[in-house]
Design a protein around this ligand. Structure first.
Ligand SMILES: Cc1cc2nc3c(=O)[nH]c(=O)nc-3n(C[C@H](O)[C@H](O)[C@H](O)COP(=O)(O)OP(=O)(O)OC[C@H]3O[C@@H](n4cnc5c(N)ncnc54)[C@H](O)[C@@H]3O)c2cc1C
Length: 481
């Protein structure tokens, strides 16, 4: 195995293939322990899902993938690093979320539970009772939720979470709330799961996003998501780590000698790159991995702020468009069955409202995507823009330029996005904890020197700097010491 690596003169303790946030986090953690680390990145720019680019017009800085860092700001690993000294600054909005509804004020998730409850009518008490117990020790809760898999260190709050999280979001919301406003708020958060909302465990993301929003409102990174990448890479280089771009790894023969190889890649790429060093049974199981739906994304250069009917929406980093819980649930279920809803559930971010550096004076950026069937090339521009116009009449007149990405564009942009899947693969009850294959330690492979550390491992998609992989394997631990 890796027989040809001896032909290379250089050697490292660890080589990481891919410079997404998970790859860079693993590299930093190893380098902190004194390991020599090399990161190889296929693209000319590092960062994977955390890059920013002028996609429309000069002076308009768009987040190509991740935009709002709900879990990033709470990440136990990121919080343990001096990322601010390396240029990362979170900008925290007054409200995490606005969820406009037809003919009534938008439902707002403000930073405080009390302000949020003020807009939830008869469901205020129920919402308060749901969220407040988790705010006693949010660090402990998120250390368990975003930390290494295993026995939780705060079993009380984790059990409290677990018995609520395992329900389908629709069942949970209809049981917990009486009115459409709280149901819509919860359903919009749960729909980040990219699953039909009548599936078990979809309440989990609804809860995580609501709790997180009341710990720290969902922030953006000043200057764009690339600031996270730059901070991690600067820290890594300061620790002696090396990063090379423009190196697309296709076989073990291209890799320098190392004690460990960590793949920040999709399972299909791990299978293709390392097929000569992994047993057939494991490769077949990687081949059965389910990636699920993709996304269609739009970025706009705008002549001004989005003219929301309810001006409160401008206070939120994120806006969920899709109307009631029922409407969102029907649309997401249709999408999961391979259809393209006329009124899709849309996740919209308005970074320049918080961070003026993203656009020229007086102008704004807009970012929105909807879920589509995996591999879809259907143009959802009109459907998405109609949803914005529904709640912000006059929006279309503010568009100066637009940039679109369908699932093919995403796959070309980053080979990890198989079929345009943005979160590392389906995160349902069967695949969330067993990704990429069911093993006691899913970060390991049958080859003791090969590991997988991407979003296709627990806890799944998102920019959260998880380092589970290190705490779970004595071989990696010994490298990082
Ligand atoms: C449209 C979109 C919106 C999103 N919004 C959010 C959000 O708002 N908040 C949030 O937290 N998350 C969001 N995400 C998800 C988040 O970006 C990902 O979950 C996260 O980036 C995954 O990190 P990763 O390190 O596992 O892999 P990636 O970020 O995918 O990085 C993998 C890297 O490996 C490189 N690579 C792959 N194969 C090879 C190879 N063979 N050789 C060398 N290099 C290789 C790739 O080029 C890439 O740079 C979004 C994603 C998308 C696409």
């Amino acid at each position: 195995m890796f027989s040809s690596v001896s032909e290379h003169r250089e050697s490292f303790d660890a080589v990481v293939v891919g410079s997404g946030p998970n790859g860079l986090s693993a590299a930093v953690a190893l380098a902190q322990g004194g390991a020599s680390v090399l990161v190889l990145e296929a693209a000319d720019e590092i960062g994977g899902g955390t890059r920013t680019a002028e996609l429309t017009l000069a002076g308009f800085e768009h987040d190509v993938c991740s935009a709002v860092h709900t879990t990033g700001i709470l990440s136990p690993f990121f919080r343990s690093l001096p990322l601010e000294e390396h240029g990362l600054r979170w900008i925290v909005p007054k409200a995490s979320l606005a969820h406009p509804l037809d003919d009534q004020p938008a439902v707002m998730m403000w930073q405080t539970v009390e302000e949020t409850c003020a807009g939830l009518g008869a469901d205020a008490t129920s919402y308060r009772k749901l969220i407040v117990p988790f705010l006693d020790n949010p660090e402990g809760f998120f250390a368990d939720a975003l930390g290494p898999l295993g026995w939780p260190r705060h079993p009380g709050s984790f059990a409290r979470f677990g018995v609520r999280a395992l329900w389908p979001a629709t069942t949970f919301a209809n049981w917990r709330f009486q009115q459409s406003r709280a149901k819509a708020l919860f359903g919009g958060c749960a729909a980040h799961s990219i699953l039909p909302l009548d599936k078990m465990f979809t309440a989990a993301l609804g809860l995580i996003f609501c709790i997180a929003g009341h710990v720290r409102a969902w922030p953006v990174a000043a200057g764009g998501s690339q600031a996270i990448t730059r901070a991690l890479s600067s820290l890594l280089r300061g620790l002696g780590g090396e990063i090379r771009t423009g190196v697309r790894v296709t076989s073990p023969a291209e890799l320098p000698a190392a004690r460990a190889y960590l793949f920040d890649t999709s399972p299909d790429q791990l299978a293709s790159i390392a097929k000569s060093v992994l047993p057939g049974g494991y490769l077949r199981r990687l081949g059965r991995y389910r990636y699920g739906p993709g996304v269609f994304k739009l970025d706009w250069a705008l002549d001004g702020p989005i003219p929301w009917r309810d001006g409160n929406c401008l206070e939120a980093s994120t806006v969920h468009l899709g109307g009631t819980l029922e409407e969102i649930a029907v649309g997401e279920a249709e999408m999961f069955r391979g259809k393209h809803p006329r009124r899709p559930y849309v996740i919209l971010c308005q970074q320049s409202q918080l961070d003026p550096s993203r656009a020229p004076d007086g102008k704004h950026t807009g970012y929105a995507y909807c879920h589509v069937p995996g591999g879809s090339t259907v143009d959802m521009t009109e459907a998405i823009e109609n949803q914005v116009e529904r709640f912000a009449p006059g929006f279309k007149d503010r568009i100066l330029a637009r940039h679109t990405m369908n699932t093919d564009d995403f796959r070309r942009y980053n080979p990890n996005y198989v079929g345009g899947a943005i979160a590392g693969g389906v995160a349902d009850a069967f695949q969330l904890f067993t990704r990429p294959v069911a093993r006691l330690n899913p970060y390991t492979t049958p080859n003791p020197r090969v590991f997988i550390c991407s979003a296709s491992t627990p806890p799944g998609g998102g920019v959260h700097g998880r380092i589970d992989i290190l705490g779970k394997d004595s071989r990696l631990e010994s490298i990082a010491q």
